[in-house]
Design a protein around this ligand. Structure first.
Ligand code: JHZ
Length: 392
C-alpha cells in the first residue's frame, strides 16, 4: 500500500460533541490514503475499530434527504419488476429508507447500530442488530436462501471484506443477485472530493478493484448503473460465477475502460490527485479568509461526515463558520468533531442574517438549491470545495 494523501490528524467523523464535553480531549487518528498496486484498492491506512464508529449513538439517517428516499423507492420498484425476489436481505439498512419499500415478510435488515435498527423494528420489520458475518448469514438463511441481497454505502465501511463476501456466498441462492452501491473512486478523483475519505470510509472502490476482489470469492459483476447519490456512485449487480442466467453487460466493460483511461491502475494518477487536494485546501481557505476580512457571515449547511475531513484538514473553525444548519435531531445542539462548530436546527436561509453558506452536503446540491431558491435569488451565495473551491 503506497501512500498518496495525508489529511492530517482527524477526529472520528460522526462523533458529535455535547456542550458539556467541549473542553475534553478528542481521540484523533492520522487520516492518510494509499493505493495497492496489486489489487488496485484505494483505502485509508489507519483504521478505527468498528465498534467505536457503528454503535447505538450512530447519528446518520438515510431518510434525512428526499434524494435518498426517492433513489431507494425507484430502485425498489425496478428490483421488484426485474428480479421478482421472494426473500431479500439488506446489509446496513440504516433507518430503513430502502427496506420499507418492501413487504415485511419478504425482507430482513441487518444493522449493527441499535438506535437505527430499533427505528425499523418499531415499524414491524425484522432487523438483526448485529454485524453482517457468516454466522449471522447462516442464521438468517437457515430455512431459505436469499434471492437478492442489497447493500448501499456499507461495503466501503467494512475493513474485512472477506467476511462480507463469504457470508454473501453462504446466503445467496444459486441464481441470486447481490446489489452493491458505493461512491465511485473515478468520481471522487475527478471531483477532487477528498472528503470521501474519513474514518468510516475505509475504501473508495473503483470497478477494477471491486472486480478483482470479487474474483477471489467466485463473484462476478454483470451489471452497472451510475447514480448521482453521494457525489456519484456505482451500483453493481453481482452474481455467482456458476450462475449463467445473466450476461455481463457492456456497461461494466465501458466503465472499466473509462477507469483505465483515467489511469486508475497507475500510482501517478493518485499522486496527482494528492497535489490537487493540497491546492484545493489553499484555494478554499483563501476564499473564506477573504470573505471574513470583509466581515461577511458564513454558516455551514449539512453537518456531514465529509465536512469533518474538510474542516479539520483546512483548519476551518468557528472563527470562520458561525454554525452549521442540519435537519438531524441527534446532531442539533451538538458540536462538530475537531472544528467544534455548533450544529443548529435548520431554518430556511435568509440573506438578512446570512451572507455565505459552506455546502457541507454538496452531494445534495440540487435538493438544497431547490429548497433555498429564495436565498439564492436575493443574492445569498454558497461556497463549495468540489470540483474546485468556488462561490456559487
Ligand atoms: P450525507 C454519511 O456521510 C455517513 P455524510 C456514512 N459513512 C456514509 O457513507 C454516507 O452517509 C452514506 C443533512 N441535510 O448524506 C442531513 C440537511 O440538513 O451527505 C445529514 O446530516 N438538509 C454512512 O454525513 C447531512 O446533511 C438537507 O436538505 O457525509 C447529509 O449527510 C439535506 C439534503 C441534508 O452523508
Amino acid at each position: 500500500m503506497k501512500k498518496f494523501l495525508d489529511l492530517g490528524l482527524q477526529p472520528l467523523a460522526n462523533s458529535y460533541i455535547l456542550k458539556k464535553n467541549l473542553k475534553s480531549k478528542e481521540k484523533k487518528f492520522r487520516l492518510s490514503v494509499g493505493f495497492n498496486s496489486k489489487n488496485y484498492l484505494v483505502s485509508i491506512l489507519n483504521t478505527v475499530p468498528k465498534e467505536k464508529m457503528f454503535n447505538k449513538n450512530y447519528p446518520y439517517k438515510s431518510s434525512e434527504s428526499f434524494t435518498m428516499i426517492n433513489s431507494f423507492k425507484k430502485l425498489s420498484i425496478r428490483i421488484k419488476k426485474k428480479f421478482k425476489p421472494n426473500f431479500l436481505i439488506e446489509i446496513g439498512c440504516n433507518d430503513g429508507a430502502f427496506l420499507r419499500n418492501f413487504t415485511k415478510k419478504n425482507i430482513v435488515g441487518v444493522e449493527p447500530c441499535k438506535n437505527l435498527a430499533n427505528l425499523t423494528k418499531k415499524k414491524g420489520f425484522k432487523v438483526y442488530s448485529e454485524y453482517w458475518n457468516i454466522k449471522l448469514a447462516k442464521k438468517i438463511t437457515k430455512k431459505k436462501k436469499a434471492d437478492l441481497i442489497y447493500s448501499a454505502n456499507t461495503l466501503s465501511h467494512i475493513k474485512n471484506y472477506s467476511e462480507i463476501f463469504n457470508a454473501v456466498k453462504e446466503s445467496l441462492s444459486k441464481n441470486g443477485v447481490l446489489i452493491l452501491e458505493d461512491p465511485s473512486l473515478l468520481e471522487c478523483i475527478k471531483k477532487v472530493a477528498y472528503d470521501q475519505f474519513y474514518c468510516e470510509h475505509i475504501y473508495v472502490f473503483s470497478t477494477i478493484a471491486l472486480k478483482k476482489i470479487l474474483e477471489e470469492f467466485g463473484l462476478v459483476i454483470f451489471g452497472l448503473e451510475k447514480t448521482t447519490t453521494h457525489g456519484g456512485s456505482n451500483r453493481y449487480y453481482i452474481k455467482k460465477k456458476e450462475n449463467n442466467f445473466y450476461r455481463v453487460s457492456n456497461k461494466v466493460n465501458n466503465e472499466i475502460h473509462k477507469e483505465l483511461k483515467y489511469g486508475l491502475k497507475k500510482f501517478s494518477t493518485y499522486s496527482k490527485f494528492g497535489k490537487k487536494v493540497k491546492e484545493s485546501k489553499k484555494k478554499l481557505t483563501k476564499i473564506i479568509s477573504n470573505l471574513k476580512k470583509k466581515n461577511y457571515k458564513i454558516i455551514g449547511y449539512g453537518a456531514t461526515a465529509k465536512s469533518c475531513t474538510v474542516l479539520n484538514y483546512c483548519n476551518i473553525g468557528k472563527k470562520e463558520i458561525d454554525f452549521f444548519y442540519d435537519t438531524t435531531t441527534y446532531k442539533i445542539g451538538k458540536f462538530l468533531p475537531g472544528s467544534k462548530i455548533e450544529v443548529k436546527k435548520y431554518k430556511k436561509l435568509d440573506t438578512k442574517s446570512i451572507d455565505f453558506v459552506y455546502l457541507g452536503a454538496w452531494n445534495f446540491k440540487e435538493e438544497i438549491f431547490k429548497k433555498e431558491k429564495k436565498f439564492l435569488k436575493s443574492g445569498g451565495r454558497f461556497i463549495t470545495h468540489t470540483p474546485f473551491p468556488k462561490i456559487i
